[in-house]
Design a protein around this ligand. Structure first.
Ligand code: NAG
Ligand code: NAG
Ligand code: NAG
Length: 434
């Protein structure tokens, strides 16, 4: 007991206030994140290419900078980006990518682990599973080699669509395949301690709703619910430098990133970040959460680290809300009209639906988009074999194809419909051209 008296009074007061959770000013302070010795890993992926989609790769580069500043090691962050933006002839600032109208370069230093055609479903799944033998192409070979004490953060940015995440090359990543990959990675706790996944895409709720189990230590948040678009931010005619002619970011994405940059992540929980992001995104789309919601009580620091410069920040106001535009690709109007017409016909022939109905006839919340994901993949292939690839705009019609599966319509019937439909479309065009 005697030694206690030797403590200076101030130090004693600090000790007491720490014990009862009071800051020097007397306000309760949240408990700080304790480092549990696990390694932080991350996979960052932009699912698009082309200058019109500048924002997705800008988001991913920005996310890399945040994690790097937060203390993650480059060797633990795997980046998938097509890498056609910085050097794009349309880029008004050659060699530079920004993610905010007044923001600095986020491109410098970003590792080019998987670029170009190496950004595909196979390599993404291989990297997440830590399976080098599955990788194809000429990427860095970096994969997630996490163990039972480690935390993994996954961030995806693209247009997406019902039940799918787009890739700049090759097949879609289907929701079921993503969830199966996460289950495999977890393998009873051997693959990671907890995993957080943030998804920026349209109809992003369909990736997890009714699919993501609560017992594989995965916490997911999405930019949008199952039936709505997500939104771009810092767009032309907005407050961005006028020479860009493309959006610089996406609303949900810049919301979580600017929040992470502005706070001490040792203090802020994932749930608090969700609420701030929700608050900022909420006038446009519903930010959702899925999976093991208990994980949301953890500090963001466990996954993203924290910028030491923010150590003394406890509260910070978010920047002004940017105006936003729908996360819509810029396909030609003629192409859109053609896809609209085809799917109206598919809906009415196969589902007996009135115009547009199959697109809005959603499933209940908590129900997956489709019961048989193999069927959905088959229907998509069947359609694309006869009618050519779905455009980014046309991806919304995966919901119609999902309804075709849910209605139990056999693949042959769909194949026949697609072949007749697109033969008719093509020959009608041929006639019109003659
Ligand atoms: C999803 O978004 C749509 C469109 O904004 C909205 O009408 C619907 O209520 C939302 N559903 C949920 C479960 O948030
Ligand atoms: C949400 O935004 C409003 C307006 O900017 C602000 O007053 C409020 O405190 C915010 N709420 C949260 C939980 O961040
Ligand atoms: C935070 O506050 C402490 C104590 O006042 C100070 O020593 C430290 O330099 C500050 N850190 C930053 C990053 O401002």
């Amino acid at each position: 007991m005697g030694r206690l008296h030797c403590f200076p009074l101030l130090q004693l007061l600090i000790m007491q206030s720490q014990m009862i959770g009071l800051s020097a000013s007397g306000f309760p302070v949240p408990p700080l994140e304790q480092d549990d010795g696990g390694t932080r890993w991350a996979v960052l992926i932009a699912g698009s290419n082309g200058y019109d989609n500048y924002r997705h790769q800008a988001n991913v580069c920005h996310a890399y900078q945040i994690l790097k500043t937060g203390g993650l090691k480059e060797e633990n962050i795997v980046v998938f980006m097509y890498d056609d933006i910085a050097g794009n002839p349309e880029n008004p600032r050659p060699g530079v990518i920004i993610n905010h109208p007044k923001g600095g370069d986020v491109y410098a230093g970003v590792p080019k682990d998987y670029t170009g055609d190496d950004v595909n479903v196979n390599n993404f799944v291989a990297a997440l599973l830590g399976d080098r033998s599955r990788l194809t192409g000429t990427g860095s070979g970096k994969v997630i080699l996490s163990g039972p004490n480690d935390h993994v953060f996954v961030y995806y940015a693209d247009h997406g669509g019902p039940g799918i995440l787009g890739m700049p090359n090759g097949e879609f990543l289907y929701a079921k395949q993503l969830v199966q990959t996460l289950e495999k990675k977890y393998s009873g706790g051997a693959g990671y301690k907890s995993l957080v996944i943030y998804v920026e895409s349209c109809e992003a709720g369909t990736i997890f709703d009714g699919l993501l189990p609560r017992d594989i230590a995965v916490y997911a948040t999405t930019a949008s619910n199952s039936t709505e678009f997500s939104y771009a931010a810092y767009c032309p005619d907005d407050d961005e430098p006028s020479e860009f002619h493309t959006c610089l970011g996406d609303l949900y994405s810049v919301a979580w990133m600017e929040d992470s940059e502005a706070h001490n992540m040792r203090v802020e929980s994932l749930k608090e970040q969700l609420e701030r992001v929700r608050n900022r995104t909420g006038t446009h789309s519903h930010v959702m959460e899925y999976g093991d919601l208990d994980i949301s009580a953890q500090k963001v620091h466990a996954f993203m680290g924290t910028n030491p410069a923010n150590d003394n920040i406890t509260v910070a106001d978010l920047r002004v809300q940017p105006s936003a535009e729908r996360e819509l690709p810029r396909d030609t109007m003629a192409r859109r009209a053609e896809e609209d017409r085809r799917f109206d016909l598919i809906s009415s022939f196969l589902l007996g639906s009135e115009k547009g109905h199959a697109l809005t006839a959603g499933r209940l919340a908590g129900q997956p988009l489709v019961d048989d994901w193999r069927c959905l993949e088959t229907m998509v292939s069947s359609y694309e074999d006869h009618c050519g690839p779905l455009s980014t705009y046309g991806r919304k019609y995966l919901r119609v194809l999902a309804s075709v599966c849910n209605a139990g319509i056999p693949e042959e019937v769909m194949a026949k419909a697609a072949s007749q439909l697109c033969w008719t479309v093509f020959s009608a065009q041929a006639r019109a051209n003659n």
